[in-house]
Design a protein around this ligand. Structure first.
Ligand code: R7I
Ligand code: MG
Ligand code: MG
Ligand code: MG
Length: 397
């Protein structure tokens, strides 16, 4: 089965939308039962007229609001323009503040507006005592960057994605989370048949792990909240992009100028390796209870405890396993897993389903689910506009 690129763009955009809308009623619930998720999904999947009494239209949240702003900006400006994106974020928030935004990111919008969007990266740097946010709010809106950058050289795509993230998330774990989610979608758009074997999964994950490992080694934090001891990490030179010595060093400890042992932090690649291990075991028939998966991968608003979880849900949904939701569509199975983890269900769901939609195309998204979502026509139009933009940028003048 070959899925057209336009179908993949639509699948990515609308996959993100349906999971934001259908995941948000569960957001913040720590113990979601699989029974309640099954009941909810069966109800939404039931064929019924939109006009019938009780047909539910679910609202989208900040995940989609911010995705829309990035899509609109890329389409209208025909380039990446951080000031324009910052302005759209802030105006959109002011227009509809009750979309469930992260508790702290709203301060960035206010500061951006106050400074008239000059220096669009500055306000984000002041978050969390100067360390910047490591929330998943930059990762959750990265779909349009992955689509816009479909033909981009890898380094250009990484730069664009990092900059799109830094408008609100200056913490290395915040923007690296966005980069990982972007790469996961980008690879999914470039996969030209469906993922159906353990071999396919391992090729996909090995590619992702290899890229992410290099990115993480090249962007070690000056301070890490993974480590309470700040003294040993105080002398790190962050600008070691040109220093290839570090990027090929796959050991965990290196010695700095002061002969102190310095830990290397690669939380995203580490989590991806766990994703690979769990999936390989599950596909071979071993069973993992949900709480064990959540304990291992996470389900909260931090990027490192949600982006790898979303990738796991996207890949697991490609298969029919003992604990799958009984539905023929991989994106519905992915949505089911995402919500079942509890916690940040709208965001993990929308990240997972945008990956799944990018693999399987819009044909994998049940039409009835789209009808339950606010704004699905507009999102489909943005997917098509981005597709045309990528096409025209690629064709000779
Ligand atoms: O990352 P962000 O946009 O939030 C996105 C989440 C998604 O689940 C959406 O659906 C929405 O519900 O919110 O917003 P931020 O305010 O930057 O980060 C979200 C939360 O992560 C913060 O309110 C903090 O609780 C936590 N957080 C941190 N906590 C301590 N130290 C993020 N960064 C830090 C930090 O550095
Ligand atoms: Mg949300
Ligand atoms: Mg929320
Ligand atoms: Mg959320």
């Amino acid at each position: 089965i070959i899925i057209s690129l336009m179908s993949k763009f639509r699948g990515c955009m609308l996959g993100g939308l349906i999971a934001d809308c259908l995941g948000s009623p569960f957001e913040g619930e720590m113990f979601v039962t699989t029974d309640s998720v099954q009941k909810f999904l069966h109800k939404q999947l039931e064929e019924q007229s939109e006009k019938s009494a009780g047909f539910q239209i679910l609202s989208y949240t900040d995940d989609t609001a911010m995705t829309k702003s990035i899509a609109q900006s890329l389409i209208e400006m025909r380039k990446f323009d951080p000031k324009d994106i910052a302005k759209r974020f802030a105006l959109e928030y002011n227009k509809e503040p009750k979309r469930g935004y992260g508790a702290n990111v709203v301060d960035v919008f206010a500061a951006l507006m106050l400074a008239n969007y000059e220096s669009p990266y500055e306000p984000a740097k002041r978050q969390f005592g100067g360390f910047g946010s490591y929330g998943n709010g930059a990762a959750m809106r990265v779909g349009p960057c992955a689509m816009y950058g479909y033909n981009m050289e890898l380094n250009k795509l990484l730069e664009l994605t990092r900059d799109s993230a830094r408008i609100t998330h200056s913490n290395v774990y915040g923007y690296n989370g966005a980069i990982l989610q972007c790469l996961a979608i980008h690879q999914a758009l470039h996969v030209h048949s469906i993922i159906r074997t353990l071999f396919d999964i391992n090729v996909y994950l090995n590619n992702l792990i290899e890229k992410m490992m290099k990115i993480e080694l090249d962007s070690q934090p000056a301070y890490s909240m993974m480590n309470n001891n700040t003294t040993t990490t105080a002398n790190i030179n962050n600008n070691n992009n040109s220093n290839n010595g570090n990027s090929n060093n796959h050991t965990n400890i290196i010695i700095n100028n002061h002969n102190q042992e310095k830990k290397i932090y690669t939380p995203f690649s580490d989590k991806l390796k766990k994703v690979k291990e769990i999936l390989n075991n599950e596909i071979k028939g071993n069973k993992y209870p949900i709480d064990k998966i959540v304990a291992c991968l996470g389900n909260d608003v931090s990027a490192f405890k949600s982006v790898p979880t979303a990738i796991y849900a996207a890949l697991k949904g490609q298969f029919i396993l003992f604990d799958s939701f009984d539905h023929p569509s991989p994106i519905v199975r992915t949505l089911y897993h995402s919500i079942s983890f509890g916690g940040d269900t709208d965001t993990i769901g929308s990240m997972a389903c945008s990956i799944s939609g990018a693999i399987n195309g819009i044909e994998s998204v049940p039409k009835i689910l789209l009808k339950h979502c606010e704004c699905c026509d507009v999102m489909e139009k943005y997917a098509d506009d981005l597709f045309r933009l990528v096409r025209s940028n690629n064709s000779p003048p």
